[in-house]
Write a protein that binds this ligand. Structure first.
Ligand code: PRX
Length: 668
């Protein structure tokens, strides 16, 4: 793997020309949760700092050692400590007299709303925990969750955590095939789903996909029960041997359940994420360190002030889906551990109208908003007159995550949404890191549009060259994490070797974690993320693997070979472009027809999910390969991005690029 094309170009068109800095607002800085003293404290005693942060949680047994790194890269944090994640997220707030505080203002897409207090949440999580126990789920068992963005998704996760079952949430946009492979890989005993959810004004079914997934696994299915929430009321088929309704088994269950404390390293969840090979990786997060990392960063980066509306506590809204890590760390575990009031919204930003988000901000007085650059760029396209119609004056801080935020989008977000008074925090992290790693601190950092700035207190980050040596300021290289951190992934589910190989082998000598991203240190040493340097794409902040999509294409009977690249896209960051060679002869070429291209797109949707469907599929006679047979995706990216094709001298047949570029134009 070489640093490659990604590092040659900056991702934002005006990255280097935008020189403005935005100082923290004086009132925010004066009252900030975290000041520059945190950097000093962590620099002087990193583990001491993380021991102090662990005091945010309630431990049933104190830990005896902060970090055991003797078996690196397999970490143990808060050794000997015992705790219950659900107790920390729910019960303790009720015990502290905060039971009446709203935990979630739920907004369904059709307009239904529900306010759920911490006391309600405690009852509901306890009922669901009792129901799971009745269904035979035990500590250490795995539960798959395939739900829309409804309160039951949060309740299900916490119910699992409460009884020590490990959850794996599968994003509702994934196909039956993708769901089946995840259920099989982690041997899920129960699947929690819904008849469907609402998307773009219409019900979108989920239960049939679960039935399909279990059907695909046949006799090999580990699933004993499917627990289904009724959301849309649409017809679902029911098998009396395995199927149970949520309202039958949860609503009637006892709201009393005593949480048991588990070891700090007890597996909390597995989240599958795309890697550089076809098979998604099961990223394992455990309990104590994960919760400390999520809670501390949520407190520090959002300057979070918990409390009820009367106490003028923050109203926080993270727009991510619970099916991704952002939803895990910054809707469920971090915010609830911190006792915040938040908004949970089921639907899409343009349903039923393009002002939906701003209507919600106004209605609930949202103070902290956390979203992705793709969404911001979409709102920019729709025009500022839409948010301008709403009162957004409650907002005091804006967050960004998932992909590089270009300066134009940063400035628009700050100005149009944030009224030029809200700091923007661009937070870099990954499914693997579990917690934010690089971000401004809103009361400390003078932000630069487009830069994630500096490692958070207690986090070790550097940008290094091929040999693992730090690059000087003003240069680009590989982004690495130089020290273990509390919420780090512990391994890949069932695949220790792949864990070591993927993240730790590249800079083994230095003992660094290799993030897979390129980055630049500017003249001040601030960090600018440049995007992935491996075969992972980022489409609308969703992580997709080129080889996973290639495998899906090749599994179609008409396809002989396929190459997939992520090409730059103004709104989605990257878009999937596929180049395929057909089995029945290249002579069909570009005229193979829209019907086949349509069929192949649908096929990818079926194999992985709609998010993975290529924006464009080009049928080509041959792919650009080196003499050793390696596909040169860099050249395909040149074609997809309408650039002059780069150096072709290492190709076994340099003439092929002219044909591909020609065909490409023909089918545009
Ligand atoms: O390439 C980086 C990009 O998203 C990748 C991680 O994707 P995922 O595990 O799906 O987690 C997304 C949500 C945390 C990273 O390797 N990425 C994430 N945040 C940023 C980012 N790129 C630039 N700037 C960010 N703030």
């Amino acid at each position: 793997m070489s640093i490659g094309a990604n590092l040659a170009e900056d991702t934002g068109s005006s990255t280097s020309s935008e020189k403005r800095r935005f100082e923290p607002p004086a009132d925010l800085a004066a009252e900030a949760n975290v000041t520059s003293a945190a950097y000093d404290r962590a620099a002087q005693d990193r583990l001491g700092f993380w021991a102090e942060q662990a005091e945010r949680l309630t431990w049933a047994e104190p830990f005896t050692e902060v970090l055991d790194w003797t078996d690196a890269p397999f970490a143990k944090w808060y050794v000997g400590g015992r705790l219950n994640a659900a107790y920390n997220c729910v019960d303790r707030h009720v015990e502290a007299g905060r039971g009446d505080q709203v935990a979630f203002h739920f907004v369904g897409e059709p307009g239904d709303t529900r306010d759920i207090t911490y006391a309600d949440l405690k009852d509901e999580v306890s009922r669901a925990a009792n129901a799971l126990l009745d269904l035979g789920v035990r500590t250490g068992d795995m539960v798959a969750i395939y739900l829309p963005m409804i309160p039951e998704a949060v309740v299900s996760m916490l119910a699992c955590a409460r009884i020590g079952a490990t959850h794996t949430v599968v994003f509702g946009g994934f196909s039956a095939e993708a769901l089946a492979s995840r259920i099989e890989d982690c041997r899920a005993k129960v699947v929690i789903t819904a008849d469907g959810g609402y998307r773009r004004g219409a019900p979108s079914a989920l239960k049939p996909t679960v039935d399909d997934a279990i059907g695909k696994l046949g006799g090999n299915s580990p699933v004993d029960h499917v627990l289904t929430v009724r959301r849309t009321g649409e017809y679902v088929s029911f098998d009396d041997a395995t199927d149970v309704w949520w309202h039958d088994v949860v609503d009637g269950a006892s709201p009393e359940h005593t949480p048991e404390a588990f070891d700090a390293e007890h597996p909390l969840y597995v989240m599958y994420s795309s890697g550089t090979t076809g098979k998604p990786k099961g990223i394992l997060h455990t309990t104590g360190g994960y919760l400390v990392g999520a809670a501390y960063t949520h407190h520090a980066v959002f300057d979070l002030k918990p409390g009820s509306a009367e106490e003028k506590g923050d109203v926080y809204w993270c727009t991510a889906d619970i099916g991704w890590v952002t939803g895990h760390s910054y809707i469920v575990y971090g915010p609830l551990a911190n006792g915040v009031t938040q908004v949970l919204y089921e639907g899409t930003p343009d349903s039923p109208h393009q002002g939906r988000w701003w209507e919600i901000v106004e209605r609930y007085g949202v103070t902290l908003l956390y979203t992705a650059p793709t969404a911001i760029r979409t709102f920019m396209k729709w025009g500022r007159e839409i948010p301008d119609r709403y009162d957004l004056s409650s907002l005091r801080l804006l967050g960004s995550v998932g992909e590089p935020i270009n300066p134009e989008a940063y400035l628009w977000y700050r100005n149009v949404i944030g009224g030029d008074r809200c700091p923007v925090v661009d937070t870099w992290w990954q499914t693997e890191t579990g917690q934010m790693m690089i971000s401004p601190l809103p009361g400390v950092t003078a932000g630069k549009p487009g830069s994630a700035m500096q490692a958070l207190p207690g986090i070790g980050v550097d940008v290094v060259d091929e040999n693992g040596d730090p690059v000087p300021n003003g240069s680009s290289g590989y982004l690495v994490l130089t020290e273990p951190w509390p919420a780090m992934l512990r391994t890949l589910w069932g695949d220790k070797d792949r864990f070591v190989e993927t993240y730790w082998a590249r800079f083994e000598k230095q003992g660094y974690y290799f993030a897979g991203d390129g980055a630049k240190k500017d003249e001040d040493g601030d960090i600018w993320i440049l995007g992935r340097v491996d075969d992972v794409m980022n489409v609308s902040g969703h992580r997709l693997s080129t080889s996973e999509i290639e495998s899906a294409l090749v599994s179609h009977p008409r396809v002989a070979e396929a190459a997939v690249v992520g090409a730059a896209d103004e709104t989605t960051g990257q878009a999937v472009f596929a180049y395929v060679i057909l089995r029945s002869g290249a002579e069909e070429g570009a005229s193979a027809g829209d019907a086949l291209v349509h069929e192949l797109r649908t096929h990818v949707g079926k194999e992985i999910g709609a998010i993975a469907k290529p924006r464009k599929i080009t049928i080509v006679p041959e792919l650009p390969k080196t003499r050793s047979g390696k596909i040169m995706r860099r050249l395909l990216r040149d074609v997809a991005e309408n650039r002059a094709v780069g150096d072709t001298t290492t190709l076994s047949d340099p003439a092929i690029m002219a044909q591909i570029a020609g065909d490409d134009r023909a089918v545009k």
